[in-house]
Design a protein around this ligand. Sequence first.
Ligand code: NAD
Length: 491
Amino acid sequence: MGETTVEVRKVKNYINGKWIESSTSLYEDVVNPATKEVICQVPLSTKADVEYAVEAAKTAFAKWSKVAVPRRARILFNYQQLLQRDKEELARLITIENGKNLTEARGEVQRGIENVEFAAGAPSLMMGDSLPMIATDVEASNYRYPIGVVGGIAPFNFPMMVPCWMFPMAIALGNAFLLKPSERTPLLTEKLADLLTEAGVPDGVFNVVYGAHDVVNGMLEHPDIKAISFVGSKPVGEYVYKKASENLKRVQALTGAKNHTIVLNDADLDDAVTNIAGAAFGSAGERCMACAVVTVEEGIADAFVAKLKAKAESLVMGNGLDDGVFLGPVIREENKNRTIAYIEKGVEEGATLVCDGRSRVSADGYFIGPTIFENVTTDMTIWKDEIFAPVLSIIRVKNLDEGIQIANRSEFANGACLFTTNAAAVRYFRENIDAGMLGINLGVPAPMAFFPFSGWKSSFYGTLHANGKDSVDFYTRKKVVTARYPKPSFD
Ligand code: NAD
């Protein structure tokens, strides 16, 4: 009997309100990382596709930017309702294409919806300010306007939340948007686009072009794209930041991380262990806010390591769609192999392997178990590099200050956490740690939509962060009108 081959669906680009086949002949398989099943094929689109999408966006911008702000906000309210209606389907898509468990996927959908809710506040967020008397009979007012066509480039690890950091606010403020999702997670974006159209966003205001570096370069070079929002790894973020700046665009680039958590002797031990296990191994460590290093005070270290090891070993690994599964796969075979290479490097460089994820590698998908290293030092590769997998390093420290000094040696400075019951320690930590997002007695201090996602050092390039008031400034430009009104004559 001959083999039957099943035709795999080819994803299309979304341009001017229509799903359109890319002009490329190159497609890449999109794989469910828990099963290795090919779920669709994504086009590696061309610069011509970018050109076409930007043209559509530019045309749409001319009208959309003139739509009354409350009307635009009302469409965002519709969108919020539709996302709520379909949230279970959205979560399942995330689990299927990304691998994180369904509970985490539902959490991600919720965070995305919160961005839409924040953006629906556009009428108040977009208000300018004025001063009625800057000189005799002279006043000044500051007005905000959208900037034009904005480009967004997203990573694989949050297929819903990260694009939602970008386009809801950008379009609510009157811009048109071109999104390039990660080529590894295209499914969720299809749904985001369809629901936007259902909500009433006019054709061309939101466009999606799938692909890799050719699409990114097409966007970075295009003169009609006025701003770029990028989220991804540090090397690519640096490249995007430099190239977009060279082409005179506004740019915000949120990049890699190596987040440190400090556990003091007076911390609630069980609470710290539960939160740190979730932060280090949740979403298979593929979070820019994942806990990658713990510096623990010596007095509590033995008990902490023993409990964390037991917790890590108890975590259920498997397909995130199945009940009770905590740890899903990493995204691709190369990520799994890269993680194994880091574990080997850690052993070679002299760290002590407390929990070896290699013992739980499974051939069914790209699974690798939770891994814990002790006796890590800051000259080791496993301390320096962002591994982006369920691998945690532990360093014993004499006190809080030593923990802070170690964290501050990292080139990255996205998040940092402290577990303690001492208020003075909290204050000292806040004042002395180099990181833009801090957590006190919690594992993943990702700020909500109305606060900036404020990484420091090599975790962020730009001035205005994603989310919060920064995002309003990033996606608008200002006009200041100075006007003299000579006193009318009443004779
Ligand atoms: P990535 O840098 O590989 O990809 C990000 C985007 O850039 C994708 O759309 C990809 O297609 C594109 N890209 C990749 N290589 C490129 C190249 N050579 N030229 C042009 N474009 C290219 O990142 P990823 O693996 O998808 O995501 C993981 C990374 O994202 C981690 O480093 C993580 O820390 C980071 N991240 C950061 C934040 C944050 O807020 N700081 C949030 C989420 C993820």
